[in-house]
Design a protein. Sequence first.
Length: 246
Amino acid sequence: MKITIITLFPELFKGVFDFGPIRIAKNKGLVSIDFLDLKDFAKTPKDVDDYPYGGGPGMVIKPEPVKKSILRAGKGYKILTTPKGKKFNQKMANALAQKDHLIIFCGRYKGIDERVRELFDLEVSIGDYVLSGGEIPAMVIVDAVVRLLEGATSDINSVLTDSFQGFILSEPQYTRPGVFEGKHVPSVLLSGNHKEIARYKRKMALKETLLRRPDLLLKAELMEEDYKLLIEILKEARNEQHNERD
């Protein structure tokens, strides 16, 4: 995979991609990441942006450097980071991980001239808030996508069972010691019964999602067994409430 990032401030990315799965992916040749400085595509650095027509506060990135930089980046799937974009999620990351070349344009100021928005295949926001620029969203997108590349982590199955894969949060995790401050690891996880362990993990993942992000269950593709587990969870919750009242 190739990733090209177009930004007014390439220095902001210094060192960011030199750790974890991204570093591994770069070292293995699974991904290459390069940068284009938007200022190089304007007559002078001050010609990158200008005041908006119609008045109002802030500045707008001019159309000429946007188009020139996109053309220089070459053929690829073009992404604009903007608060107006679709909210970034795991499903989107999975889809982007299938692309050969991602071109990410980091928005700034009040945005880009409307006349060049049509150059982009996708507009992305990482949340309902405003940042100083699109560089941090670009970092988020790259991190979420690159870690999905086979070979970027020691175990791809670990990545594929992360929270939000399939819109279900991951189950609670435990490691050694078996007892910590009087709290025991659930016995089923020590049983060696792989079928029961898998059922328990799925049930706990559904419970985590129900308690923390019930909205995700509306998007999840649930199996018949999942509905049975959810009924179990709700019955257990009712019994706990009943016992507490008694």
